[in-house]
Design a protein around this ligand. Sequence first.
Ligand code: GLN
Length: 282
Amino acid sequence: MTYNEFRTEAIAKLRDCTDVENPDFEITTLICHICSLQKARLLAIRGESIPEKYLPTLSEAVERRLQHEPLQYIIGEWEFFGLRMFCGQGCLIPRPETELVVEKAIELIPKGGHFLDLCAGSGCISVAILNNRKDVTGTAVDISPEALEYAKKNAEYHKVEKRLEIVNMPLEEYLPITVPDCIISNPPYVKTKDVDAFPQVMKYEPRIAFDGGHDGLEFYKTIAKRYSARFLKDGGFLIFEAGYDTVREVEAILKYRKMETTVLEDMFGVERVCIGKKTASK
Ligand code: GLN
């Protein structure tokens, strides 16, 4: 079977899968990943036969996608902030809107500073910051040991593991040894009723990475209460990703804690990030 024949057949199958928006892109990505090809190379050899050894893995990958498993889990990685990040069952897939959190953190962490990444999951935020700021250190906290396995792998792959402390603990229990200059968090923020209504593809990702309680605000309240006064330096920043429908409520939570706030739009024009600056205590 040639690459082209496989592609055409697989694309036709995926057309019936409701959560696949772009079957061509997904099949091309799968073939390139499994057969270790660049996209341009695949185009050049599309009329050639696929080596036998790849066929079972290719068919299995298409089957998994037909069962709604996310493409990112099947290939085991995804690009985030221009970096290769490993991901899989047990951690949230890195999403492009989260890149804004990284961009702001890179800008706001002072020279030689320390950050705290709460609900760190795959560690993509921490690793991307450390990769771009060689002068800073971070601590990534998460309740899920499965997700933190990916954080460890990502930190090692990008050679930042010596500057990232990984802590497996609920954020209500963590006691920072170094008071951070910046707290960053993309916590679970989807309202429980909306998580219940997720499409099948999102049911593969851990529910605890999404469910922010009935109002989607549970984690923001906990973080603001526990961390903003005691565990953040004066003049330091709290950078939150939030839901399009909750970001202004998150802003109100930070204002209540006497922080100066800014709300920013992501690359899709959606209000997505809320930053709070801790004003010096008198
Ligand atoms: N951005 C994710 C989504 O709605 C939610 C991630 C989260 O809860 N932190 O798909």
